[in-house]
Ligand binder design. Structure first.
Ligand SMILES: Nc1ncnc2c1ncn2[C@@H]1O[C@H](COP(=O)(O)OP(=O)(O)OP(=O)(O)O)[C@@H](O)[C@H]1O
Ligand SMILES: [Mg+2]
Length: 322
């Protein structure tokens, strides 16, 4: 069976399963959907999946990145214009709302819209009509609206940067995309999927991760989420020649992230803790351990800690370990 790469939302974590269930439920409806989540969590993938599972699937899916288009241009992109509406408008042009007729428009980074455009979008949501620039004629559009943002929209509203009435109109069905670090159980599956994808593309034998390398990936916080994982796998497929990707093949910031069991108490007692002091203690413990393992050879200990020798010596001085 041929896989439809674009549509596949992989994951077996409870968090992603909940998202998939929600997609199944909302897709056949025409309700507005607001997809929230950090960058790279799969917001666009979800928007496309909703469209593909909707009764509009034969219609167009029109993505618009509101953060990437300058305001003036965004207005004419979205609403279109009539001939002569502004200098250079030598013929009329439909906007993306019109182009999405019978389908779905995906307003990505919707929080970046200017106040003026927010008002205009509100009107589209309320009345399902658009007016091209330079025209007063309202044109009805049959569209489903899906919006996405990686910002905290409630905060944007509280700080007066995003209209509250628009927020309520958009937030009919919110879908929160969990960050990758909150669904670590999906990492092996996703890593394998991307390795397979890039090995096929590059026509090289399938690579796999050593248990050590996988452990590093499991302990990494993934600020760039699935996109970061995807990019890393592409890089490894191209750079690593062996079939097995080892811990040493990973970029430096992925390595040595194994949290020592029991060392860091994640409990905070009612009286609080002294974080600075605690971090110093942790640093000290690791340095002593590295020195022990390296028989006191500082160059070696520094290597074990992923530090430069000079940095290690400095830290030892500061911690009184000399
Ligand atoms: N659950 C998943 N299964 C498979 N691939 C995924 C999954 N989540 C994300 N991806 C892939 O990760 C990449 C990033 O996803 P996407 O572009 O949808 O994220 P985004 O939230 O829109 O990111 P940004 O905020 O940076 O625009 C895409 O290539 C997408 O196919
Ligand atoms: Mg996106």
């Amino acid at each position: 069976m041929k896989k439809i790469g674009l549509m596949e939302i992989l994951g077996k974590s409870p968090a992603i399963k909940k998202v998939l269930q929600l997609i199944e439920k909302v897709a056949p409806r025409d309700s507005t959907v607001l997809i929230l989540g950090e960058s790279g969590t799969g917001k666009e993938l979800v928007a496309r999946a909703i469209h593909a599972k909707s009764r509009r699937k034969e219609g167009p899916f029109v993505p618009v990145n509101c953060g990437a288009i300058p305001e003036e241009l965004l207005e004419s992109e979205l609403f279109g214009y009539e001939r002569g509406a502004f200098t250079g408008a030598s013929r009329s042009k439909p906007g993306r709302f019109e182009l999405a007729h019978g389908g779905t428009i995906f307003l990505d980074e919707v929080s970046e819209m200017s106040p003026k455009l927010q008002v205009k979008l509100l009107r589209v949501l309320q009345e399902r009509v658009v007016e091209r620039l330079g025209s007063e004629e309202p044109r009805p559009v049959d569209i489903r609206i899906i919006a996405a943002t990686n910002r905290d929209l409630e905060k944007e509203v509280a700080q007066g940067r995003f209209r509250e009435d628009l927020y309520f109109r958009l937030n009919v069905i919110p879908i929160r995309m969990p960050p990758l670090r909150e669904r670590k159980e999906d990492i092996p599956l996703l890593a394998e999927h991307f390795l397979q994808k890039f090995c096929e593309r590059e026509e090289v034998p399938l690579k796999r991760l050593s248990p050590g390398a996988l452990e590093c990936l499991m302990n990494y916080p993934w600020p760039g989420n699935v996109r970061e994982l995807e990019n890393l796998m592409e890089r490894l497929v191209i750079l690593v020649e062996e079939d097995v990707i080892r811990e040493e093949d990973l970029p430096e910031h992925f390595r040595g992230l194994t949290p020592p069991p029991g060392l860091i108490p994640v409990e905070i007692p009612p009286q609080g803790i002294d974080l600075k002091q605690m971090l110093l203690e942790i640093e000290k413990t690791f340095i002593l351990k590295a020195l022990e393992l390296s028989g006191g050879v500082r160059t070696h200990a520094a290597k074990l800690l992923g530090l430069k020798r000079t940095t290690l010596v400095e830290k030892m001085k500061r911690l009184g370990l000399e």
